[in-house]
Design a protein around this ligand. Structure first.
Ligand code: ATP
Ligand code: MG
Length: 612
């Protein structure tokens, strides 16, 4: 948040407004007060001067009229008037003069009497003389540089208008004192204003602080809250509106904290549900952009969160060629996503459900991903198995049918052909019985419905016995090489089942060995297991198929294997058996060089058991 500059802060604004208001108020009061005071002081002064002047006027008129009657020859008597003037002269009057009608100064209150008898040449005196009215003005005394109030009043022989002008009284009063007094009062007033302003500013700052402090406190808290810190509390200074606001703010903080922690808990719950479920979940916004994807979905898609978030769902699922987001929204069935490579099948199933408002407005799409590779594989195997079984049964049955038809058509009478034909049907029947027996055995093993009867067997003896049996009955010119160690090794096995396994392996070797080839038998000890090896110089198996010979019905070359009487179940049964004994079976082969079948068995060195 931007910091409030000092001048723009409420604190300064409040103080400024406060001070400005007080300055304006004081200004108005001051102007009014000093104006009124000045007027009143001036009026008082002037009134007192005027009152005295009237008295002087009266006395001088009397004196002048008396003198006019007494001495007609000498028109004026300066001494009498001078005495009156001196009598009336006070501190606030600088000078009083009396001028006669011929404009000569008759008397003055000044000590210097030299101007008596001279002509008066003041304008104001002449004006008063001619206008016969009182004249006054405020002027500057040139000598003292002080303001004086000058008055000139005509003296008439009768009281009231239309009298003859006898002369003029001229009064110069010291009005400067009034102004001095005024200035003094203004100075005191200004000092008062200054002092009260200082006090006001200090008070203003304090008052503004009580308002702005909680506000800036709340601002700081709001900033802290936006960063997720709810532990701060605003201090409550009082119960006024701001105090109430602070209380409400603290309450709001608590509520926010509560709701934030519930949201957080809900979010965590949802996140843990999403990440702990085995299905992948992807949520999109209403435009189809991914906004949420859980860990299982990422690992199912072999993708990272960074590269999937905000991308269109259809392209992340690899469906953008076939479907648009609109299509996915309206998709009712699940969609299979085939990510299989030539090496391994990998199939996901995606189910879609739309997040919709009551109004029908689509808010987003939830996709649930499920790995169905195993299921698909099992389905495929099952289908393949049924097809294989039907095929394996149909071949001998068709052969038998054609031979039986031939017999029925009359071949039974032919003594040469009939036994051969019957022989073929017998072989085929045996083949079918063997096949069905093999299937039954496998099916029992699949449903764990069999029990192995274990016994302690010395392996060298057991192995030699089986080899001897084959050597005695072999129909081919094949050399048997025994590479068996001297040491006795004891294994805990089901004798019949293991014999079946070894019979199958050896008969395969014999089947696919050329005339004059060798078959090597041996076993070694490897990582605490007995490793048995049966190796031939036969035609071998192509590299890419070596791993598959243990699959049910798998035969490298179907036609030839069948002609050799095989069904392709022998090694599949062998694998089940060896695994049931806790071992492993595998093959190594090179075409035109030979094949080696290995299997392992757990063993013991001494036969502490009850073996024969
Ligand atoms: P069955 O054993 O049921 O009579 P089969 O021998 O054809 O029939 P398996 O023993 O399971 O079936 O063998 C599967 C396939 O593996 C054979 O068809 C053959 O193609 C191949 N195979 C097994 N052993 C050898 C071997 N020693 N040399 C070459 N190919 C072999
Ligand atoms: Mg076989």
């Amino acid at each position: 948040m931007q910091k409030v500059s000092f001048l723009k802060s409420i604190h300064v604004k409040l103080v400024l407004i406060y001070v400005l208001l007080i300055v304006i108020a004081l200004q108005i009061i001051g102007i009014y007060f000093s104006k009124e005071l000045e007027d009143s002081l001036k009026n008082n002064f002037q009134d007192s001067i005027l009152r005295r002047m009237e008295l002087v006027q009266y006395s001088i008129r009397e004196e002048m009229l008396k003198e006019r009657i007494e001495t007609a020859s000498t028109p004026t008597s300066e001494s009498g008037i001078g005495a009156i003037l001196r009598e009336f002269s006070t501190d606030d009057i600088n000078e009083i003069r009396v001028i006669d009608s011929r404009n000569r100064i008759l008397a003055t209150s000044e000590d210097n009497q030299s101007m008596v008898g001279q002509r008066a040449n003041d304008d104001i005196v002449r004006k008063a003389m001619s206008a016969e009215t009182l004249q006054e003005n405020i002027s500057l005394d040139k000598q003292t540089m002080q303001r004086v109030w000058v008055l000139a009043a005509p003296i008439t022989d009768t009281v009231g208008p239309n009298g003859e002008v006898l002369g003029v009284i001229y009064i110069e009063s010291d009005i400067e004192k009034v102004f001095d007094q005024m200035n003094e009062i203004n100075r005191i007033f200004a000092a008062g204003i200054a002092v009260s302003l200082v006090i006001t500013i200090i008070l203003g700052i304090l008052v503004a602080r009580t308002i702005t402090r909680p506000i800036s406190d709340m601002r700081k808290q709001a900033q802290a809250m936006s960063k997720g810190n709810f532990s701060r509390k605003v201090r409550v200074y009082g119960t006024d509106e701001i105090g109430q606001l602070a209380i409400a703010f603290n309450h709001l903080t608590n509520r926010l904290q509560e709701s934030q922690s519930t949201t957080e808990a809900e979010r965590r719950k949802l996140a843990s549900v999403l990440s702990n479920m085995t299905d992948g979940v992807i949520a999109t916004d209403r435009k189809g952009k991914i906004i949420l994807i859980n860990e299982p979905a990422l690992s199912l898609l072999h993708d990272t969160r960074e590269s999937t978030l905000n991308r269109p769902i259809a392209s992340v699922l690899g469906l953008d060629q076939e479907y648009s987001f609109e299509d996915l929204i309206h998709m009712k069935e699940s969609v299979s996503l085939d990510f299989s490579t030539s090496d391994a099948p990998y199939i996901l199933r995606a189910n879609f459900s739309v997040i919709q408002k009551e109004t029908g407005f689509v808010n987003g799409l939830i996709t649930v991903l499920h790995d169905i590779t195993e299921q698909e594989k099992i389905d495929m195997e099952r289908r393949e198995f049924v097809a294989n079984v039907s095929h394996e049964l149909r071949t001998p049955l068709t052969t038998m049918r054609s031979y039986l038809e031939a017999l029925a058509d009359g071949a039974w009478r032919d003594e040469m052909i009939a036994p051969t034909f019957l022989n073929v049907t017998q072989t085929e029947t045996e083949r079918m019985i063997r096949l069905v027996n093999d299937l039954l055995q496998l099916s029992k093993m699949d449903s764990q419905e069999y029990e192995l009867s274990f016994e302690f067997v010395e392996f060298n003896k057991f192995f030699t016995h089986i080899i001897d049996r084959f050597e005695m009955s072999k129909s081919k010119n094949v050399e048997f090489l025994r590479l068996l160690p001297e040491t006795s090794y004891f294994v805990d096995i089901d004798r019949d089942k293991l014999t079946q396994v070894m019979d199958n392996i050896i008969s395969n070797s014999l089947k696919y060995s050329p005339d004059g080839g060798n078959i090597r038998f041996g076993f070694t000890v490897h990582e605490n297991m007995l490793r048995v090896m049966i190796s031939d110089d036969g035609m071998g198996i192509p590299k890419e198929n070596v791993g598959r010979i243990f699959d049910r019905f798998y035969r490298v070359d179907r036609a030839r294997a069948r002609s050799m009487g095989g069904t392709g179940l022998g090694l599949a049964i062998a694998r089940e058996m060896i695994e049931a004994h806790g071992g492993k079976i595998w093959a190594e082969s090179e075409e035109e060089v030979g094949t080696t079948i290995f299997f392992t068995l757990p063993f013991e060195l001494d036969g502490a058991g009850d073996w024969e």
